[in-house]
Design a protein around this ligand. Structure first.
Ligand code: EPU
Length: 423
């Protein structure tokens, strides 16, 4: 068990380099299965979700070599269509990408139920399953709850209309349809930058995918693809988290190696909240935010404000002037951090019927011992600790390290007083 101890109330200042995007690195790693070849993946974030994904791939026969701390060579020629260990698969959400990738390459897949953060809605994968069925796969469930997909007569391109613009389902159908006979059209596809990143990776391998980044994606089945060298795009959520670290501590923080276009919803909302920003071609600098104001936070699918930034924005709002509401159009009850922020002096009310928070800004937070309920909520509590007067202890930080590369080192480089302890 690990905890972070933060002595808060210090301005953060300096520059931090943003790592590769978790939610594109994980699907790209599983997507290498489709190539039956050697891929070089660059700009991989050094996070525990990547390490678990590599363990899963090794367990089914991939061979992996680290070229340096952010680059790997992965050879998937030895991958067999077998079920990976449940204790690994259940550690992360992204293991569901094995379904599409194995189905696409072998016409069969058997994978245990994925894990990941709990947002109170069970995180169903019915859209993935329905899409696989529409491509011609038969779906069954084993007694140990593993999902089994078989396409004895091959997969055929189809028209798939998602009820919900799901990131995972969009990527999984791109994988399953990569070699399907004919053309698959996904309507109401998710549009997140990681969808585009994954489609670019697949196309670099020889797939034929158009429309990624729009609501209509077309996948023309090809006979085979080959390995490629691919560099993962920067993580807009990590970048947004460090920008808020600067804003909430009234410091000057520059995030380097970002794609500002991916972050327009985040930067627009920050500007509305009176956070001064300088936006360059590949960097964003936050300048001292002396007059923060409360603004409505509504998380929605891209190009809306990302749900993965909602807890961090709520934390910023706890010390802004005025009152605002927070709602989440993707995970309507992703608010498990609320009680912890209240323990630190935040004034927040939860309106369960309308599934929204009402935040009344206070002049300062104070230190407390709090527990990270999930990855982004944990990051939000660290932000609160950086701003709070006194000492904050955040436990359960293993969850935060699933998605933030060298977070302690990066915060120390900005002048934070933070350390990690085991207990
Ligand atoms: N949904 C369904 N049925 C489905 C699929 C999704 O009802 O078959 C619902 C979900 O329950 C949710 C909404 O649709 O309410 C959107 O879910 P989506 O499928 O887009 O999410 P995901 O693929 O499970 C990914 C990220 C999440 C991120 C969401 C939304 C990965 C591994 N996870 O999850 O990342 O919040 O997209 O952008 O890519 C995080 O990084 O902290 C994180 C939770």
């Amino acid at each position: 068990m690990e905890k972070f101890i933060i002595n808060g109330g210090k301005s953060l200042n300096g520059a931090v380099s943003i790592s590769g995007m978790k939610n594109s690195a994980l699907p790209v790693l599983f997507g290498t299965i489709l190539t039956n070849d050697i891929c070089i993946i660059e700009n991989l974030p050094n996070i525990s979700d990547v390490r678990v994904s590599l363990d899963i791939l090794a367990s089914i026969g991939a061979s992996i070599k680290l070229l340096n701390s952010t680059t790997i060579v992965i050879d998937t020629t030895g991958v067999k269509p077998k079920s990976p260990p449940l204790e690994l698969v259940s550690k992360l959400r992204a293991s569901y990408y094995l379904l599409g990738a194995m189905l696409g390459r072998f016409g069969q897949a058997q994978v245990g139920q994925p894990g990941g953060c709990d947002f109170g809605n069970g995180r169903p994968i019915d859209q993935h399953i329905r899409g696989f069925e529409q491509l011609g796969a038969r779906v069954s469930y084993e007694s140990n709850a593993a999902i089994t997909l078989t396409a004895t007569n091959g997969l055929k391109g189809s028209f798939i209309y998602f009820d919900i613009a799901s990131v995972g389902a969009t990527i999984n159908i791109m994988y399953a349809a990569a070699f399907a006979e004919g053309t698959t059209v996904i309507e109401n596809a998710a549009r997140e930058p990681h969808i585009v990143d994954v489609a670019c990776f697949l196309n670099a391998c020889g797939a034929n995918i158009t429309g990624a980044g729009t609501t209509t994606i077309r996948i023309k089945g090809v006979k085979k693809v080959k390995g490629c060298t691919y560099c993962i795009a920067p993580d807009m959520i990590e970048a947004g988290t460090y920008i808020i670290a600067g804003a909430i501590t009234k410091g000057t923080v520059r995030v380097d190696n970002v794609v500002p276009k991916h972050m327009e919803a985040i930067t627009a909302k920050l500007k509305e909240a009176n956070v001064p920003l300088e936006i360059g071609d590949s960097y964003i600098t936050v300048l001292p935010a002396e007059n923060l104001r409360c603004v409505a936070i509504k998380a929605n699918p891209y190009p809306g404000l990302p749900t993965d930034m909602q807890p961090q924005f709520s934390t910023l709002m706890t010390v802004a002037n005025g009152m605002c509401t927070v709602s989440d159009g993707i995970y309507s009850s992703r608010f498990k951090y609320t009680e912890h922020l209240k323990n630190m002096g935040a004034n927040i009310e939860y309106d369960e019927r309308r599934a929204l928070l009402q935040i009344f800004g206070v002049s300062e937070l104070h230190g407390a011992t709090v527990k990270a309920p999930d990855l982004r909520a944990g990051a939000a509590l660290i932000l609160a600790g950086l701003a709070a007067k006194g000492t904050t202890t955040v436990t359960n930080v293993e969850l935060v390290e699933r998605g933030y590369d060298h977070i302690i080192e990066k915060l120390l480089s900005l002048g934070a007083d933070i350390k990690k302890e085991r207990f």
